[in-house]
Structure formats: structure tokens, C-alpha cells
Design a binder for this molecule. Structure first.
Ligand code: PEP
Ligand code: MG
Length: 883
């Protein structure tokens, strides 16, 4: 087996496509070497060796040692040196390099091969004793830390004391003699701590370093990083051994990092930092402040120290040529590490650079216009998740902040306002023109007006699909939910977090993208929907197959959705319309009515309001489909709570208050999520749905008359488990719809369909499709009922599941393909078997999640429906899943 791949001297055994075997760094070093770029020669020990190492109790596979020693002597030949040779010692760096970049998580050793003997050779060869001894002390320090795992403080202390004793301030003031003395001190520390001297055999040094790098694949830092970034343990790391080049060889040497474009703005300018007479770790350690790369940046930042462009114009010119070559070759922005050794440029690394959302958009669009990439490639270059950063105001990154609280990042955006604890007060203060932040234990549909009035919402309980989270995302309100440490005092005049008290009326700022709450008003910056953003979206629209709709019930939300490119409404939750102050009393009257007659009287009051709701919605969405879901509340959420509320209903309905109270009590359920909700309500009280269907159809007729354009309402029945439920309701829906059309003397198409949000519905979709003209997957409830996992209560224990790897992702955020996804596939297949042209969509929160969108593209759905503010994310994700 080939375990070792060499590179350098204008050729390489590997290339950029071999990232799995050689790791990102190794593959790109090989690629750069083949491109003829100045790469110090070296070799990569493959990730397969890492797997063997762990599979065989940290033993190496047979043949590895021989391959390493052959590769090493080849490297020596290329540079005219020899590993361990006294007069011409080859020195190497040993670095990790996994398939995905894991910056700073694993170990690195530089200057390896230096010993008491070879250091003199290096001194003579370079004609610079100071440089040689500086390198040797660096090596002892690093090797002792990384490989021998000795306490590094002792080394730092010794150096500090030495410098103080001589009144030195900078390391550069140290002479060769000084370093010789420090080295003697270092070696003593090693011997004391280790019980044996610092290894003087280069071969032993090398294998010690290789062991350490492979070993670091499973250190705590790396384990945590992998978990956070979903990087499988099984990938392993490669090890890169490479001839050293020295940035610490005096004033004509330097080391630096650079990006070929600005990673925060995307501007087409080189961007970077460098340090003269230094090695890479000096930049990281922050001992000296690096200088700018370009004159332009130096001037912009008002720096005095010369830029690299000015201080080392020749090397800079070389570097610019390399930038151009690399960008043209990789066709993406590159993040580069380089070293200048005595005026000569050497490349140590290149990779696709990390960037902000804004930079990603600009770079993708620019590169397309420059002819480097095609439109479809540009579309794939931007992470849909990252667009969230651009669609909401965000905190000014430079502003100081004082954190009070953390919770789940439920809905992005930033907002400041006074703390209030109830929705009526939030609404009142908002009407007075105040900015408020609504803080609740949890929210229910009754809080809609307060949430709407508030600039942001914070809850102590509830997960990413809790009511607060869903509604806040829908409204585009920033929201932090499930903040477990938040304790709201019973008096509702203050809350505490770990002893810290925040009063009603105090100003706080919430950052919904990070899930944090800060004291005071932190300044924000407004979203900038730049031309690049719009342009990339038109390319995405050309590439996608699926339609993108929005979940919206208010004309405002619908307008936002339309502005963001929604192609219709996929879910109008009518229960959200029932909490407006002008109708909640009538709604309560309807629910508490003792008889059909009482209910009908209450419904008659609601009808004109519903009709006007739908008219407004149809008007915003002219020419586009609108799916309206018939009432689906857990009934208890509508019940009056206080005596005052009961009194209001009593007055309006001329029913006895005590009777109302008893009735409200009877309607309380133990398990409302599985209780009298969804179509079950329509089965018990058909007149509710009849009123809604009448309102929908009358509104559609009115808008058709008004605009001359067709409106095609899609009437959706929620929480169907059996075909018979839908069959029963459909008869009545048709009856009402046809009679409204007849009254208006109009012809108008409408569809009747259902949510698929219960496992039984998915499994019997072939029967249900006999009745349903469309399915919309309600994956919130489908996830809840498939797992038997409460949407509203699971936030408290899901973190345990995530931490211990039972769930890799929150199933309420990213669709569970194996379980819930299997049900979706069954329903798609069975539904289409019965009704080949059945319309299929998804309207659960997953409809706005890029990974879930990829799944439903593969499953063949016709559209996704998501929160208005996620529309652009869904458009981009739909395009990417098609490409
Ligand atoms: C669902 O269950 O996925 C859904 C969209 O309905 P709701 O969230 O209103 O229950
Ligand atoms: Mg549902």
C-alpha cells in the first residue's frame, strides 16, 4: 500500500481532488507544487494511516517507516541537504491536515531536526548564528509542549526573567549568545520534568511529532470542533512533513497570511498581514502587531509601519502573481499562508477562504461577471443559511455589550426596547410609540398582538418550533426562546438571571441570531439588500424546479413575502386571525356556546371580519395561489381566563357568567396537542368551517370582481388521520362553495386538500388522495407525532440528546430523513398512485431549512412554504438542491 505521497520541485504524486486521502492541506500543497508554485518540498502521510493507527492500538502499518524515510531523503536531495547531517541539516515542519479544515485544533511542530550538533551546521550554513539558535530554542519549546507534553509556562518564565535581567524588551534584542544561554536553561527544564534529556536523535524527534499529530485527532479540542461542525471521527487526519523555510532569517525574511479578496466585504482587494523576521506562530501568539499587506490598507487604517507592498516590493510582486494564478486555478477566493526567506517567496498553504454572507454574495457575483465561474456555480457558492445575516438588522459588531442572558437563537435579527411582561401592555406601550421587548415564560396564540407590537420576544420555555419561535420567525421579529435561566417574578415587575435583576421598563437588546440578551441599547446596523443579492436570486430562480411560497396570514406578512419573491401562500393559519382584539370576544362566545344556535349567532359576527381578512390577503397575492387552512387550535388557547374576560363574553352573548365559567372548565384538556383540534373541531362543529369556507369564497368572488383576475383558493383541512374525516368535511365545503358561487353568479376554481401531519395520514395517503386535491406536509406535527416528542416541551431535554449524539440535529429544525422522511416518501408515492397530478408541498418549519429542502426536492414535492423572511433562503436552497 502507498502510505506516503511526495510533492515539491515542480511535481507531486497527489492533487487537489485527493482531499479525502491527503487532507485539505496536503492535497492543495500537491496541487500548488504541480502548478509550479514555490512550495517547499515535502510529503503527506495519508488519512488511511490515521485510521490504521487507531484501529491497531496506535501502531503504524507495515512499510510506513521505509516509505517515510525514502520520501525524506528525496526531500533532502531536492533542497541539497540531509536529515540529521551535521553540516547541511535538513529541517522539517510536521503539521496536521484533515479533509475539512479544523483551524488550530490539532498539533504542529516547526524546526524539527535541530540538535546540539545540527544547530551549529545551520549557523554556519546560514552565516547567522543568532537565527540558528533562535530556531533551536523555538523548536525545544514547541516540541516540549506539543510532543513531550511538558508545562510550557516554565519555558516562558525563564525567557521573561532572562530578558528582564538584561533590560530587553523584544525577542529581537536577544543575541546569539543570549539564545545559547536560554537553550541551556530550556534543556535543564526538560530533563527535570521528563527525567531524561531532550531527544538528540532527529529520527526519534520525527516519529515523536508524527505520533503527536495523529494523536491530536482525538484531543478534546478536536472532538468538540468535530461535533459542532458535523465532521465524522472516521475521516482522520493526514500528516504533512515539509522542508522548513525560515521567516526568521533577519530583516529580509517574513511570514504572513493573505486572502485574495476581502473576506468580510468581498471587495476585490488583496487583504492580509505579515511580520518581518518571524515564524508563523508569532502572528498567532500576538507578541508583535502584524503589518498590513498593501499600501492601500495601510493608508485606510492610518498605519505608520510600512506595508509589505512598500517594505518588500519584489516579494510582494511575486505574491501577487501567485494570488492571480491561484484564483484562476481554484476559481474561488483563496486563504494563503506564505513565508519569505531571504527575499524568496514560499507558499505554505492555500484553501478556499471562509467569508461573511455579504462577501460570499459579492465574490460569487463578481467572479461570474469576471468569467471565472458560471451562474449556476455562483448560485452554489453561497450558503443559504448565511443569508439570514442579511435579512434582519444585526448588532453593530464594534459596539460594546453587557450580556444578561442566553437562550436558543429562535428568530434572527436584533432589537432594543423596554422589558414588558404581558401582551396587552406591550400593545399599549407600542401604541404610545415605545419600543418594547416582550418577555414571557412562554407564548400562546393569545400573545399574537403583543408579539406583533413588540420589537422582539424572549421566552423562558419552548424550543425552536415552539409557538413563540414559529410566530416570531413568521413576523420577522427577533426572538430568543428557551432561556432556562430566566426567572420571571410572580409580580411581573422584574425578572432575574443568576441573581441579576432586570426591572420592567429597563432597556435590553436581543440578538435573535445568537440567542443572547444584553443590557441597555446596543446599536444595530440595517440589512442591506444589495444588488448582488438580488442578482444572485434571479440566477437561483432560473435554476430551481420547486416553487417557493410563504406561511403568512396578515397582509403585511404577505407583502413582505411577495417582496422577497414568494410565489403564493402555502399556509394561512386562520386561528392566528382570531385573536385580534375586535373578534376574540365573539370567538370565545362561539366556543362556549351551549347550542348550535348560539354558535351560529357568534359566527355571524365573525364572518364579515374573516371575509375582509381573506380579501386583503387575496389582494396582496393576486395571480398567485393562496392556501387557507381551516381552524386548527387547541381549543383551550382561546378560553377566557380572568373573571373580567368571562364577564365580557357574558355581556356580548347574554349568557350567564357562571355557566360560561363551568363550560370553560369542562373544555380544559389534559393533552391539548392530541385533543380537540384540527378537523376534529370541524367534525364536532361543522358550522365553524362552513363560516370560514363562506368567507373564503365570498372574498375570492369579491376580488375577482374587483380586479378581474382569477383567485384560486386552496382550502386546506388540518390534522386529518382518516379518509373519512376529509370525505365528511369535503361534502360540506363543496356545498357552501358552490352556493356562494351561485349567489355571485361566478365561475371560479378552488381546490380542497389536506395537511399530512399524522403518521396514519401518511401511511394511508392513497385513500386520502381519493378526496384530497393537494397535500401539504405539516412536518412540525408530523415530527411531533412520529417521535412522540412534544414540540413545546422537548427543548429542555433535546440538548442532552444532541450532546450524547443520539440526535445529530434538532428534528424540529432539520427533517429526520430516516423516520419522518420515510413517511413523507410513502405519502408522496401513495398519493400520486391514486391521483397522479396531486399537488404536493411542505409547510412545516422545515420548509425554510436548506437541508430539509434538499430532501423534499429529492422526494419530488412541488413547492416549499416557509416564513416570509426565509423566502430568499428557500429560493436559494431549492436551486442548490436541483443543481
Ligand atoms: C405543522 O404541523 O407542520 C404545521 C404547519 O401546522 P402547525 O405548525 O400550525 O401545527
Ligand atoms: Mg400542524
Amino acid at each position: 500500500t502507498k502510505w506516503v505521497y511526495g510533492f515539491g520541485g515542480g511535481s507531486a504524486e497527489g492533487d487537489a481532488s485527493m482531499k479525502n486521502l491527503l487532507g485539505g492541506k496536503g492535497a492543495n500543497l500537491a496541487e500548488m507544487a504541480s502548478l509550479g508554485l514555490p512550495v517547499p518540498p515535502g510529503f503527506t502521510i495519508t488519512t488511511d494511516v490515521c485510521s490504521e493507527f487507531y484501529a491497531n492500538d496506535r501502531k503504524y502499518p507495515e512499510g510506513l517507516k521505509a516509505q517515510v524515510s525514502e520520501a525524506l531523503s528525496k526531500v533532502g536531495k531536492t533542497v541539497g541537504m540531509d536529515f540529521g547531517d551535521k553540516s547541511k541539516p535538513l529541517l522539517v515542519s510536521v503539521r496536521s491536515g484533515a479533509r475539512a479544515s479544523m483551524p488550530g485544533m490539532m498539533d504542529t511542530v516547526l524546526n524539527l531536526g535541530l540538535t546540539d550538533e545540527t544547530v551549529d551546521g545551520l549557523a554556519k550554513l546560514s552565516g547567522d548564528a543568532r537565527f540558528a539558535y533562535d530556531s533551536y530554542r523555538r523548536f525545544i519549546q514547541m516540541y516540549s509542549d506539543v510532543v513531550l507534553e511538558l508545562d510550557h509556562h516554565a519555558f516562558e518564565e525563564l525567557l521573561e526573567t532572562y530578558k528582564e535581567g538584561r533590560d530587553y524588551f523584544l525577542d529581537t534584542e536577544m543575541t546569539a549568545d543570549d539564545w545559547v544561554k536560554v537553550i541551556a536553561g530550556y534543556k535543564k527544564i526538560v530533563e527535570e520534568q521528563l527525567g531524561r534529556p531532550f531527544p538528540q536523535d532527529p529520527e526519534e524527534q520525527l516519529w515523536g511529532a508524527i505520533d503527536a499529530v495523529f494523536g491530536s485527532w482525538r484531543n478534546d479540542r478536536a472532538n468538540t470542533y468535530r461535533r459542532l461542525h458535523h465532521i465524522p471521527e472516521s475521516w482522520g487526519t493526514a500528516v504533512n512533513v515539509q522542508a522548513m523555510v525560515f521567516g526568521n532569517m533577519g530583516e529580509t525574511s517574513a511570514t504572513g497570511v493573505a486572502f485574495t479578496r476581502d473576506p468580510s466585504t468581498g471587495d476585490n482587494h488583496y487583504y492580509g498581514e505579515f511580520l518581518i523576521n518571524a515564524q508563523g506562530e508569532d502572528v498567532v501568539a500576538g507578541i508583535r502587531t502584524p503589518q498590513t499587506l498593501t499600501k492601500r490598507a495601510r493608508e485606510a487604517q492610518g498605519e505608520d509601519e510600512p506595508s509589505m507592498e512598500e517594505a518588500m516590493p519584489d516579494a510582494y510582486g511575486e505574491l501577487v502573481k501567485v494570488f492571480e494564478k491561484l484564483e484562476n486555478h481554484y476559481r474561488d477566493m483563496q486563504d494563503i499562508e506564505f513565508t519569505i526567506q531571504d527575499k524568496k517567496l514560499w507558499m505554505l498553504q492555500t484553501r478556499n477562504g471562509k467569508r461573511t454572507a455579504k462577501a460570499a454574495l459579492k465574490i460569487a457575483v463578481d467572479m461570474c461577471k469576471e468569467g471565472l465561474i458560471k451562474e449556476n456555480e455562483a448560485v452554489c457558492r453561497v450558503d443559504p443559511h448565511s443569508l439570514d445575516q442579511l435579512l434582519h438588522p444585526s448588532l453593530d459588531p464594534d459596539a460594546p455589550r453587557d450580556q444578561v442572558l442566553t437562550g436558543l437563537p429562535a428568530s434572527p435579527g436584533a432589537a432594543s426596547g423596554e422589558v414588558v411582561f404581558n401582551s396587552d401592555e406591550a400593545e399599549r406601550l407600542a401604541q404610545e410609540g415605545k419600543a418594547v421587548i416582550l418577555v414571557r415564560v412562554e407564548t400562546s396564540p393569545e400573545d399574537i398582538h403583543g408579539m406583533h407590537a413588540a420589537k422582539g420576544i424572549v421566552t423562558a420555555r419552548g424550543g425552536m418550533t415552539s409557538h413563540a419561535a414559529v410566530v416570531a420567525r413568521g413576523m420577522g421579529r427577533p426572538c430568543v426562546c428557551g432561556a432556562g435561566d430566566l426567572k420571571i417574578d410572580k409580580s411581573e415587575t422584574f425578572f432575574t438571571v443568576a441573581g441579576r435583576k432586570v426591572q420592567k421598563g429597563d432597556t435590553v437588546t436581543i440578538d435573535g441570531a445568537e440567542g443572547r440578551v444584553y443590557a441597555g441599547a446596543v446599536p444595530t446596523v440595517q440589512p442591506e439588500l444589495s444588488g448582488d443579492f438580488a442578482e444572485l436570486m434571479t440566477w437561483a430562480d432560473k435554476a430551481r424546479r420547486m416553487r417557493v411560497r410563504a406561511n403568512a396570514e396578515t397582509p403585511h406578512d404577505a407583502q413582505v413575502a411577495r417582496d422577497f419573491g414568494a410565489e403564493g401562500i402555502g399556509l394561512c393559519r386562520t386561528e392566528h386571525m382570531f385573536f385580534e382584539a375586535d373578534r376574540i370576544i365573539a370567538v370565545r362566545e362561539m366556543i362556549l356556546a351551549e347550542s348550535k344556535k348560539g354558535r351560529e349567532e357568534a359566527l355571524a359576527k365573525i364572518l364579515p371580519m374573516q371575509r375582509s381578512d381573506f380579501e386583503k390577503l387575496f389582494r396582496v397575492m393576486t395571480g398567485l395561489p393562496v392556501t387557507i387552512r381551516l381552524l386548527d387550535p387547541p381549543l383551550h388557547e382561546f378560553l377566557p381566563h380572568s373573571d373580567e374576560e368571562i364577564e365580557e363574553v357574558a355581556k356580548s352573548s347574554s349568557m350567564d357568567a357562571q355557566l360560561l365559567k363551568d363550560r370553560a372548565h369542562k373544555l380544559k384538556e389534559f393533552n391539548p396537542m392530541l385533543g380537540h383540534r384540527g378537523c376534529r373541531l370541524g367534525v364536532s362543529y361543522p358550522e365553524i368551517y362552513e363560516m370560514q369556507v363562506r368567507a373564503i369564497m365570498e372574498a375570492a368572488c369579491a376580488i375577482k370582481k374587483e380586479t378581474g383576475e382569477d383567485v384560486t383558493p386552496e382550502i386546506m383541512v388540518p390534522l386529518v388521520a382518516k379518509r373519512e374525516e376529509l370525505a365528511l368535511l369535503k361534502v360540506r365545503i363543496d356545498e357552501i362553495a358552490l352556493s356562494v358561487l351561485k349567489e355571485n353568479n361566478l365561475k371560479l376554481d378552488y381546490l380542497i386538500g389536506t395537511m399530512i401531519e399524522l403518521p396514519r395520514a401518511a401511511l394511508t395517503a392513497d385513500f386520502i388522495a381519493e378526496e384530497a386535491e393537494f397535500f401539504s406536509f405539516g412536518t412540525n406535527d408530523l415530527t411531533q407525532t412520529t417521535f412522540g416528542l412534544s414540540r413545546d416541551d422537548s427543548a429542555s431535554f433535546l440538548p442532552d440528546y444532541m450532546r450524547q449524539g443520539v440526535f445529530e440535529r434538532d428534528p424540529f429544525v432539520t427533517l429526520d430523513r430516516e423516520g419522518v422522511g420515510a413517511l413523507v416518501k410513502i405519502a408522496v408515492e401513495k398519493g400520486r398512485k391514486t391521483r397522479p397530478d396531486i399537488k404536493l408541498g411542505i409547510c412545516g418549519e422545515h420548509g425554510g431549512d436548506p437541508d430539509s429542502i434538499r430532501f423534499v426536492e429529492d422526494a419530488g414535492l412541488d413547492y416549499v412554504s416557509c416564513s416570509p423572511y426565509r423566502t430568499p433562503i428557500a429560493r436559494l436552497a431549492a436551486a442548490q438542491s436541483k443543481l
